[in-house]
Design a protein. Sequence first.
Length: 585
Amino acid sequence: MKEKILHNWRIIILTILSVIFFYLYSWYPYQTAKETDFKFASPDETANYFWTQKISGLTAGDALESRYGSVLSYFEPLNLIADDAVMPRSMRSDDGIVKPVSFLGIILIYGMLAKIFSSWIIIYLTPLFAIIGVFCFYGIIKRIFPPEPPAAKNIALLSALMLFALAPYWYYASRSMFHNVLFIDLLLIGTWLFITGKDAISLRIGKARIRTDFVFIFLSGIFIGLAIIARASELIWLGLVMFICWFAYFKQIGRRKLTVFICGVVLALLPMFYYNQVLYGNWHNFGYSQTVEQAQNEVAADNINAVGAPAEQIRPQYAAPLKNKINKFLPAEINIKQAGKSFIYYYAIIFWYLFWPAFFGGVWLSRNWKKIDKPQKLYLIVFIISSVILGLYYGSWEIHDNPNKNSTTIGNSYTRYFLPMYIMSLPLAALIIVKLSALLRNKYLIYGAQAAVIIAFFVLNFQAAVLAKEEGLLVMKDNLIKDANQVKNISSQIESEAVIISERFDKFFWPEHKVIVGNLSDKSRPSAYAKLAEQGTPLYYYGFIFPPGDLAYLNSRKLSEFNLELEIIRLDEENRMGLYRLLSL
């Protein structure tokens, strides 16, 4: 027994920490779901949860009776007179049929798991996958950087420990309805299965002999395919990486294993192809297709601006040729200056305690190129190529999720877009920790130094993910509960059939109430408001309080043109928020 414990002490440590970190990752979704009745800080999370729940409650009868051939849609009759305006963010409406605007992987995967195990598990699935991902990451890095004597020279264990605490991984494992961590974890699972199945293994069951290598390779294809449907846009770097790895090991992989792998990938992609065809008219169309006007409105609503892509340059995507279908996931142009700025601020500065160790670890591998093994060479090549593509691809957009444009915060979308780069940095950082700690020579001092570094890494990441003043999980929780309670307090004054216009509170009113995303200065929407008011639909606006002069201007100029008038229902002076009703004159 003692020998088994000593032999498996690394796995025991990871198992104990997995229980602890599952609790830590689950704390935020548990607290916010309990206090807000499953409201989310992002419209993407709100939409993903809604559609996931819809799938989890699906019955065979529901599927047969679906008027539009898909459970991932619903019919909103008001959109036939309101120019498809009645819907929350992260959705689109085509002739009254409201559909997701997202990659469908998280919805399909979590929806089916929730259908099996009950819908209460939905918000805890990303924390669970995050834990599994750490174990697979450990297995992958152990193959690439095998343990050396003494036992303290264990890059894989240090990498896994650092991944548990890595701030952006922790943050988005907790913001559990984003699909970035799910993508990473499915990719890690698929990669570990592929590495495990790469070497021929056979298992005898009775008289039969099973080629378990093919089983592992096929399952690897399944999980890699699921990762793709979770975030198809990542193929821009993942496709190249898979080709490089195949080229490096094509003799060992062989045609048969490659064929089995591709079959697994294609099988996993079939649901995405099916729903793309049903929802968006073509198997290679995605919900992100949008008109110029929709793109302008969404950019304005989310405070996201594209460098080199003023509103008039955003490409329309309906009936677009193949070039435009590719362009829908690309910035208007590659902007090296902006990409460099994004990389510096959202890697070298915000996570300096990861960047610099990883940088020197990469330098060490480069200087010892002739001495290191093929897997380590391949890993460094893949890391550099992936980082360059991610940096140019996502970094060329100037993104300001936080209204404070001068602030660098963990809640900015860069931190989830750069997540693969951060994670691939960990073994390089662990490598330099091992090399420096080995200078101490005494194994107890080595263990102590490495433990101290890991503890410091945990503290710094805990500060960044949980305690950060602007967008840490603690602040996010408090703000989310506060905003949800504000909306809950006024809901009793709004008819159940009412439509609420709001620029950012749609995620709290919906789906209990129908919503329109916008403000009363939006030139494209007053005609839709007028049509709804004329046919008797109760219509409200919720947003920042209008000063008396602005309210008078709206009523006398902008709204009067459409025979509309704004009436005060309730003003919350403390939070500077007001509820108004739009009346037809």
